[in-house]
Design a protein around this ligand. Structure first.
Ligand code: AMP
Ligand code: GLY
Length: 422
């Protein structure tokens, strides 16, 4: 089959490796991809959000399946546009992708059957939001979220009322996220550990993946600014089989039923971000795609052919598949550019990847490119170095041995990825 994958990050590199390894894959294109994928796929210059271009490319090249990595093209309706031309695509359509595209929509879906999530109020008027903040009588932080897509930056967990009002000002008056800030929600703070639980869904059935936990803060000990993720591990010891069953019964099934009640069939990956609170698991957010860097630890554990699963999801046949997972532990350490998540320099030569891979590390490229024939940094998060082993101790050791072998000027990574589980 001819496959087109949209996206360019570490998540897409992990998807690309699996798809390239499928016996069903005859040719893999990635649009736009990154330097790490060049040996397993043909890179197609262009923008994944340019829907007309994506559809034309898929038609002209007789693509059998288009796989959508990031949320933006999904929210913009790339799956609808492909399907309108009779082309197969893996990912939710525009209506279903609102689970990520609109915080209010996701809350309304959860409300249908009372899925446990943070209580919230919605505002379209910044003065009313300010007045509501003033009226709150809580010692907990106040959580302010832009309703629409904000590239993961629309959420503020404010320690003071002044900080919460500043977030309202940024979102609604200064329009820091454009039209995504025409409305916002203010929600209850959820305590407890976070975990990511992803599902393949076909509109009727769903298949859980192995849970993962990421490290969002930049520095050791969960200090410093929020990032796109500095590392990840899977499985998650606190997510026991009993807890997973509870989440499926009280959260996932009623969420999918809530979507159906709104006449939406959700097909693709549903990412559930959970808070394991003292009052039980609650939903922090839904995403309409694989997580990044969760994918870089979850997919290496998948033993069933990913392409076969995606095709079954598109055809509503997930129920007939027996999806198998390895019982190994996976740990991914992100190597970032010095200064990230603030400003950083690009174009630093990267060496040592082949060495790290020779010793068994899986190196996923996130922000790399080729300049004058050399591999160089081109983003904040540059690489994800994943290792698999029988124990977390061993997986952590192997991942850091891989990191040690790789060099670029200014490289930094957290030293405590996975330490939480030891
Ligand atoms: P989101 O974009 O909704 O995933 O939010 C980004 C991050 O903000 C989450 O991963 C949490 O760490 C934090 N967060 C979001 N909502 C809440 C909440 N209600 N209580 C506590 N933390 C939250
Ligand atoms: N790792 C969080 C996300 O992909 O949204």
């Amino acid at each position: 089959m001819k496959i087109l994958l949209l996206g360019s990050g570490g998540r897409e590199h992990a998807i690309a490796k699996k798809i390239a390894a499928s016996p069903k894959t005859e040719k893999l294109y990635v649009l736009p991809g990154n330097a790490g994928m060049a040996d397993i796929a043909e890179l197609v210059p262009g923008k994944a959000t340019d829907i007309d271009f994506v559809v034309k490319f898929a038609k002209d090249n007789n693509i059998d399946l288009t796989i959508v990595g990031p949320e933006s093209p999904l929210i913009a309706g790339v799956v609808d546009a492909l399907e309108a031309e009779g082309l197969k695509a893996f990912g939710p359509n525009k209506a279903a992708a609102q689970m990520e595209g609109s915080k209010v929509f996701a809350k309304e879906v959860m409300d249908v059957f009372g899925v446990p999530t943070a209580g919230y109020e919605r505002f379209t008027d910044p003065d009313k939001a300010d007045a509501y903040i003033d009226s709150l009588n809580t010692a907990d932080p106040i959580v302010v979220k832009a309703d629409g897509e904000a590239a993961g930056k629309g959420v503020t967990v404010a320690k003071t009322k002044a900080e919460a009002k500043e977030a309202v000002d940024n979102i609604m008056r200064k329009k820091a996220f454009g039209a995504s800030g025409n409305s916002l929600i203010i929600e209850e703070f959820l305590d407890g550990q976070e975990a990511s639980f992803m599902f393949f869904a076909d509109g009727d059935d769903f298949v859980p993946m192995v849970p993962a936990q990421d490290h969002k803060r930049a520095y050791d000990g969960d200090k410093g600014p929020n990032t796109g993720g500095m590392g990840c591990y899977s499985p998650v010891p606190v997510m026991t089989p009993e807890l997973q069953k509870e989440i499926i019964d009280t959260i996932i099934k009623p969420t999918l039923a809530g979507l159906k009640a709104k006449n939406i069939r959700y097909r693709g990956v549903l990412y559930c971000g959970l808070a394991l609170t003292s009052k039980g698991p609650k939903v922090v957010e839904y995403n309409a795609r694989f997580g990044d860097p969760e994918t870089q630890v979850v997919l290496p554990l998948l033993e069933t052919d990913l392409l076969e699963i995606m095709l079954a999801a598109c055809d509503g046949k997930l129920g007939s598949l027996n999806v198998k997972w390895s019982d190994k532990k996976a740990v991914c350490v992100v190597m970032a550019s010095g200064g990230y998540p603030g400003s950083y320099e690009k174009g630093k030569e990267i060496t040592g990847i082949a060495d790290a891979e020779k010793d068994g590390a899986l190196v996923y490229h996130a922000g790399t490119s080729i300049k004058d024939g050399k591999l160089v940094t081109s983003g904040g998060r540059v690489l994800g170095v994943t290792a698999l082993a029988d124990s977390f101790e061993e997986a952590i050791k192997k991942a850091y041995e891989g990191v040690e072998k790789i060099n670029f000027d200014g490289a930094f990574s957290r030293k405590d990825i996975g330490a939480r589980v030891l």
